[in-house]
Design a binder for this molecule. Structure first.
Ligand code: BG6
Length: 493
């Protein structure tokens, strides 16, 4: 990839929550990969802070261990790791008691050409105290950037409170709200696919598209993750990642890749979502919770089994399926079906654009009607795009049609490592590009749509429907789409 590397300006990246899981699993490995590829050098500093008392050397060891644990072996280069960890330093800091702790100012450089970024890898109730600490200690600069990440609230009101807290110090053009799905290669490729080709845009509307399916299925469980039980699949996946996917599929072509041009269009989609309220919640949404399986060959714990004793009986959903509608000229009458869950049959994230059938078939009816085209955009695994088309089955003897995929596998085409979402996003912060970050009004529009669903579930006396771990969710999720004469897409090729 090195031929396309454009180095970024030197930076001081301060990571609050330096010893946390996100830092170790995602941030350090992502920064290592960019360093290794030469996108920045030793003139860039990564300053970790948290309340723990660590030395620079301790933190360098944290970085080294994170690389050993979370970077694939083939990319671990000892000489580069040795150089990389040298750019790490550490300041022990308690923002609630700043006078009693070390001073971050010694670690930061004054040079205005050095980009200053603060990554708040901490709980949201610390965002405001950290912002105020930075201002009080004169570490805030008008050109500094702050990065925050979900959970950005549990509903509209709490998300506004979090945003207000950060906005006391930072302006909107300094705030980078991460939704890591926007950093995924295939998600960005949606922009290339739709707006870099003439082929799709003319048919990208209700005249040609029957419906759209968005699936994010995971095989992992969630009961041992403390945060998850407070959240559930609607808040954890739909409110953010999946609504962002919907925006990328459904938005009008932005005039440029300017951050606001793109985000204006996404916002319009979110605002055009038909509210799901009252009786429509039961009709258009399904929530589920996985139960365990025990057989001679497998034993998988159910969500309830994984929960600590004080949480047993939880009604948190680990699966959601819903039918959404975007009420505008382009999408009128085109349903968007969402499906996401833990402990599903397979790990797969994909978007299926189902086109309408041909208006008239000239082919022998005995052979069955030709199948309507589908465009499958695969986010993971095996990122790529497939266009399902009808071709003639080869051979003499009749004219039989067969559905085959026209396949574009990114791994095969580019034959190189696909960068992780955080690699792109962390350096976009340094570049000052907010295009792949959520603006406040988007976030709030998403909550506004999700909140009534959540509230109706909370009011309902019904518990989530159970589904067996390792399946595609409760049967009512299948009924949700089949009621409309459609089926969930499953890759059987
Ligand atoms: C996170 C959710 O935001 O995204 C997790 O909190 C989920 O529950 C994860 O597992 C999925 O991300 P990815 O990149 O593995 O699809």
């Amino acid at each position: 990839m090195s031929s396309r590397i454009i180095p970024v300006q030197p930076f001081d990246y301060v990571v609050f929550g330096a010893t946390g899981d996100l830092t170790k699993r995602k941030l350090i490995p992502a920064l290592y990969q960019r360093f290794k590829d030469g996108q920045f050098d030793d003139n860039c500093h990564i300053i970790g802070t948290s309340r723990s008392k660590l030395s620079n050397e301790d933190f360098q060891k944290v970085a080294r261990d994170a690389i050993t644990s979370f970077v694939e072996k083939e990319y671990q280069d000892q000489a580069i790791i040795d150089r990389f960890v040298q750019i790490f330093s550490y300041v022990s800091l308690d923002v609630s008691n700043p006078d009693a702790s070390d001073d971050l100012s010694h670690a930061l450089r004054e040079d205005p050409n050095i980009v200053r970024a603060f990554y708040l890898a901490v709980a949201p109730d610390l965002f405001e105290p950290i912002a105020e600490y930075l201002a009080a200690k004169n570490l805030y600069r008008r050109d500094a950037r702050v990065v925050i990440e979900k959970p950005l609230g549990h509903d509209l009101a709490s998300s506004m409170e979090i945003n207000d807290g950060v906005a006391k110090i930072f302006k909107e053009d300094q705030i980078y709200r991460i939704d890591h799905y926007l950093g995924k290669e295939t998600v960005q490729n949606l922009l290339a696919l739709r707006f870099g080709n003439t082929l799709f845009e003319p048919v990208w509307n209700s005249a040609h598209i029957d419906h759209v399916q968005l699936t994010v299925a995971e095989t992992v469980g969630a009961g041992t993750r403390g945060y998850y039980d407070e959240s559930g699949a609607l808040r954890d996946m739909i409110q953010n990642h999946m609504l962002q996917l919907l925006c990328m599929v459904a938005m009008e072509p932005p005039a440029s890749d300017d951050a606001n041009a793109l985000r204006d269009e996404k916002l319009k989609v979110l605002r055009a979502l038909k509210p799901i309220v009252n009786g429509d919640v039961a009709k258009n949404t399904v929530r589920g919770q996985y139960k365990g399986v025990r057989s001679e060959t497998t034993s998988v714990a159910g969500y309830q089994d994984e929960l600590p004793d004080d949480k047993k009986g939880s009604r948190t959903e680990t699966f959601v399926a819903l039918k959404a509608e975007v009420e505008n000229w382009r999408w009128s009458g085109v349903p968007f079906y969402f499906r996401t869950g833990k402990r599903m049959a397979d790990r797969v994230s994909e978007i299926c654009i189902q086109f309408k059938p041909i208006p008239h078939s000239m082919f022998d009816h005995a052979e069955g009607a030709p199948k309507a085209n589908k465009l499958i955009i695969r986010l993971q695994p095996d990122e790529g795009v497939s266009l399902m088309m009808m071709i003639k089955d080869p051979g003499p003897g009749g004219m039989r049609l067969r559905e085959v995929p026209l396949n574009l596998s990114f791994a095969q085409t580019f034959n190189e490592r696909m960068p992780e979402a955080y690699e792109r996003l962390l350096l976009d912060v340094i570049r000052g590009s907010q295009t792949l970050f959520m603006r406040r009004d988007e976030l709030e529009a998403a909550w506004k749509w999700v909140d009534p669903i959540r509230e109706a579930w909370d009011r309902s006396s019904e518990a989530p429907q159970s589904y067996v771990a390792g399946t595609w969710g409760p049967s009512s999720a299948i009924a949700l789409i089949e009621r409309d004469g459609r089926t969930w897409y499953e890759d059987d090729n």
